[in-house]
Ligand binder design. Structure first.
Ligand code: GDP
Ligand code: IMO
Ligand code: MG
Length: 453
């Protein structure tokens, strides 16, 4: 059977920790989209692992697969594997031959295009994700299988690289280096191919995964990013270039929709909102310069900014690399209704309930007011979404308690007001709660249901 883990908001909902939580029963953990733009955290036994491309099951020693829907930078994959091995893990990762390869010029172009786009920039991770998916769809990409086939590789590079070079030099006016040189890229790619072959890392992923399912193995599919960052269902153009929603798990792994849909699909929810990047956020608290649209700190509401800072600090909502504050807000229920529908959630994991503890009251954006009408789901264009005003419902706050003890004792030990909040959410989305995160560690979870059982 399969269990698919899907981010229901804007990324960083705690997907990695839920993969780890339920991962004991899994035999294989598969990433089906995205690349090293993801950062999934697993905290166990005093160790914190930040996984970027390697599926989070590696912490429990599970086989990892990077499906055909992923974009893979072999450089960062090898670095990550080396670091994990130095830390004593023994990751076994297979890469789909159909997955596309992020090459050095993709990263350069990601950076340039972000600078050019100004107001339309999503604030990407500059890992080359968008440009690589563009080449995939434009049918000029280099795939993992090509790294093992020198003739095919050279043919592809000779076709595409001069175009990229012309784009960089003639359209964007930058001086190019070896990142745009066919011979250099060919050598680099051959080295990647040799290491992949030496370590026996490539696989026909769909066939392999179906065989594992047929043999009765448990397969977990680990989504990256989140529903509102989905290229089709998110806040376009402030999105990533793949489909984190559950349909992507089928297309991006090679397991049919009947297999994915026949299993469980768990939506991961952060008990509030966080956002790295631009685009509308009707339940945002305060703002962050350079990310919140039309934000002027001089007009800011002090009380709201204080609350935002409190949640940001308690939740550690600062960029892991840059230290930049992330945007934060109250839970956006229209966004979640949209996510539950788009991915057919069968269960919910609600994380970060501990972060909101100690507040007098906790709000949720229950619906939006849009052009004088109440709507329960987001409108289809981002411009319309930007005109929505959230209508809030208020819950009494819950106290800060010993959350590890709560996790030990179970659901009834969660403070009553927090339970009321969780039950409201399950009712609104018509999806049962499978687990509640009350701290980052593996044991700091209240488990109501194990989707593998
Ligand atoms: P992902 O990208 O969805 O896997 O999420 P990230 O790992 O990027 O971000 C989630 C952050 O919150 C990480 O630092 C986690 O260790 C932490 N975290 C996850 N669940 C909880 C929770 O229930 N409570 C608290 N306090 N932190 C959590
Ligand atoms: P995980 O898997 C949060 C955001 C970027 C940017 C937009 C596009 O850890 O939840 P990209 O580099 O993908 O072209 O950037 O998407 N973004 C994420 N935000 N968590 C992530 O991954 C993200 N991956 C991309 O900030 O706004
Ligand atoms: Mg993350």
């Amino acid at each position: 059977m399969t269990v698919t883990i899907v981010g229901s908001q804007l990324g960083d909902e705690g997907k990695g920790r839920v993969v780890d939580l339920y991962g004991d029963a899994a035999d294989v953990v598969v990433r089906y989209q995205g690349g090293d733009n993801a950062g999934h955290t697993v905290v166990h036994d005093g160790e914190t692992y930040k996984l970027s491309l390697v599926p989070s099951g590696a912490v429990r020693g599970k086989v990892g697969v990077l499906g055909n829907g992923c974009v893979v930078n072999p450089e960062t994959l090898f670095d990550e594997l080396d670091v994990l091995r130095e830390r004593g893990l023994d990751p076994d990762v297979r890469v789909a031959e159909r997955a596309h390869v992020i090459l050095p010029y993709h990263r350069v172009l990601d950076g340039i295009e972000e600078d050019e786009k100004e107001d339309l920039a999503a604030g990407t991770t500059k890992r080359g994700i968008g440009p690589t998916y563009e080449d995939k769809v434009g049918r000029r990409g280099v795939r993992v299988g090509d790294l093992l086939d020198p003739e095919a590789l050279r043919e592809r590079l000779e076709y595409v690289v001069p175009q990229k070079k012309a784009l960089a030099e003639d359209v964007f006016g930058i001086e190019t280096d070896e990142a745009f040189d066919v011979d250099h890229l060919f050598e680099t790619c051959r080295e990647y191919g040799e290491r992949l072959a030496d370590e026996n890392m490539t696989v026909d992923a769909g066939t392999y995964l179906q065989r594992r399912v047929d043999e009765g193995d448990a397969v977990m599919l680990e989504g990256a990013q989140g529903t509102s960052l989905d290229i089709d269902h998110g806040v376009y153009p402030y999105v990533t270039s793949s489909n984190p929603t559950a349909g992507g798990a089928s297309v991006g792994s090679g397991l049919g929709p009947g297999v994915i849909g026949g299993g469980e699909i768990v939506g991961i929810v952060k008990a509030y909102l966080s956002r790295v990047g631009t685009g509308p956020l009707p339940t945002e608290l305060g703002g962050v310069e350079g990310q919140t649209p039309d934000y002027d700190p001089a007009d800011a509401d002090d009380e709201e900014e204080e609350l935002a800072t409190y949640i940001r600090d308690e939740g550690g909502e600062y960029g892991t690399v840059t230290g930049r504050p992330r945007r934060v807000g109250w839970l956006d229920v229209p966004m979640l209704r949209h996510a539950a529908r788009a991915s057919s959630f069968t269960g919910l994991a609600v994380n970060h309930v501990d972060v909101l503890a100690g507040l007098d009251e906790v709000k949720v954006g229950h619906s939006y007011e849009f052009d004088g009408e109440e709507i329960l789901t987001p409108p289809p264009t981002t411009e319309k979404w930007g005109r929505c005003e959230a209508t809030f419902e208020t819950f009494d706050g819950w106290p800060d308690v010993d959350w590890t003890e709560v996790a030990d004792e179970g659901y009834e030990a969660i403070p009553e007001n927090a339970r009321a909040y969780l039950e409201y959410l399950a009712d609104e989305l018509d999806v049962p709660i499978y687990c509640v995160g009350v701290g980052p560690g593996r044991e700091q979870t209240v488990v109501l249901e194990d989707p593998f059982e």
